[in-house]
Design a protein around this ligand. Structure first.
Ligand code: AMP
Length: 192
């Protein structure tokens, strides 16, 4: 399974990513988590990325692409992986395609987690207090949602045209949403 999860901030992607990755025994590769780890430990990458992250803007593609391809080169990702938060725009998606093609690999599926827009802002702002993320203030949240709409949402068409996109209704309990996502993937497995 080589999976990409798409969904705006607040769609519960991270939680679902962990569950799906555990189910298939594949690494959960979250670019947001890797970037935050770099910021915390003060690496060069973290220093370069921090200002973008604090504004809710995308970190430059070349930094993120390199970081992801490096991670996908690790042994545990050879049989599959789940990308959470990457790609975030069409340029990254094209780079990912080229990278996988060079490795004679391809994506199995892209799952899009759907939540009505007005519920998203509420969910993301609620998370600010819980996790103390510096990019969860109201203005930044609005920017992150806008960045998703303008830069990331076009990936739905990009992957839709390739027949890879599957929508998952992400309203409901964590268990319900997981069950829907796993049902989609089980359907793909039975086809292959
Ligand atoms: P996330 O936890 O996925 O919401 O990511 C948190 C922040 O990390 C984003 O707001 C971006 O600043 C940065 N980030 C994460 N993934 C990417 C990516 N694929 N491309 C560019 N920036 C990213």
């Amino acid at each position: 399974m080589r999976l990409v999860l798409l969904g705006p901030p607040g769609a519960g992607k991270g939680t679902q990513a962990q569950r799906i990755a555990a189910r298939y025994g594949i690494p959960h590769v979250s670019t947001g988590d890797i970037l935050r780890g770099n910021v915390r430990s003060g690496t060069d990458l973290g220093r370069e990325a921090q200002a973008y992250m604090d504004r809710g803007d995308l970190v430059p593609d070349d930094l993120v692409n390199r970081m992801v391809f490096d991670r996908l080169g690790a042994d545990d990702a050879r049989q599959g992986f789940l990308l959470d938060g990457y790609p975030r725009n069409v340029a990254q998606a094209k780079e990912l395609d080229a990278h996988l093609e060079a490795e004679q690999q391809s994506l199995t599926a892209v799952l899009r987690f759907d939540v009505p827009f007005d519920e998203l802002a509420r969910r993301v702002l609620g998370r600010a207090a819980e996790e103390g993320r510096t990019d969860d203030s109201e203005e930044i949240v609005r920017n992150r949602l806008e960045v998703y709409r303008t830069q990331t949402a076009p990936l739905e068409t990009f992957y839709g045209e390739r027949g890879l996109l599957h929508a998952v209704d992400a309203v409901g309990s964590i268990e319900d949403v997981s069950a829907r996502a796993l049902a989609v993937l089980a359907g793909l497995e039975s086809r292959s």
